[in-house]
Design a protein around this ligand. Structure first.
Ligand code: 5GP
Length: 196
């Protein structure tokens, strides 16, 4: 059971299972955003990583940004998100990684400006979902390329029946998920024990 009961309750109330393995949570996380729930989640990430010496939270656009900014706010550090398309204003040197999108089934070339991530940073990576570990893994690649230290990967909703956690943990990185889904059974969400 999640220690953040509100999140599981919200998933049960408003989450919709699509097909075999996708959860739609666009009424509070991925499209419309519930700031009170995000603030509670940000606070929880901050408590778990309070002693990790975090200097930056790193995420990926678009739906990682909301939970990441609240985690950063609670930790009193900046949040940087990897961008999917290169803007003409991004003239700086970039650190990049390829990320295959689970929901859009395309590979995005994502980047962060070198000036916002350096070897002096200790980073908490935050994303909305952990499925096959592509988004989290790509962000970790970027942090490693910057020479920064990774404190962990903070996830709002993990699907434990997909291999993401194992891939990330095999790299020696701590994964903290606020809700963990064990299975979808007849369109209903079955939870596993959350990390925090
Ligand atoms: P992964 O890269 O771990 O395979 O998948 C994580 C990314 O795909 C997240 O950034 C998230 O945007 C998207 N994603 C994966 N699974 C789901 C899902 O069940 N529902 C939604 N809304 N997004 C998902």
């Amino acid at each position: 059971m999640s220690k953040l009961k509100e999140l599981e309750e919200r998933i049960k109330k408003d989450g919709r299972v699509l097909g075999e393995d996708v959860l739609k949570v666009d009424s509070f996380l991925t499209h419309q955003v519930d700031p009170e729930l995000m603030a509670a989640m940000g606070q929880r990430f901050a408590e778990v990583f309070a002693d990790a010496g975090i200097t930056k939270v790193v995420s990926i656009e678009a739906s990682g940004i909301a939970p990441a900014v609240f985690a950063a706010y609670a930790l009193h550090v900046p949040m940087v998100f990897a961008r999917k398309s290169k803007s003409i204003t991004m003239a700086d040197e970039l650190i990049t990684a390829d990320v295959f999108s689970f929901t859009k089934q395309v590979t995005n070339h994502v980047s962060v400006s070198k000036k916002f991530l350096t070897s002096a940073d200790t980073v908490l990576v935050v994303d909305d979902f952990l499925a096959n570990g592509q988004a989290g893994g790509g962000l970790i690649d970027i942090v490693e390329q910057a020479g920064a230290t990774i404190a962990g990967l903070g996830i709002v909703i993990e699907k434990t029946f997909q291999p993401g956690r194992q891939l990330i943990e095999e790299r020696g990185i701590k994964v903290v998920s606020l809700a963990r889904i064990a299975a979808f059974v007849d369109g209903e969400v079955k939870f596993a024990e959350a990390d925090a």
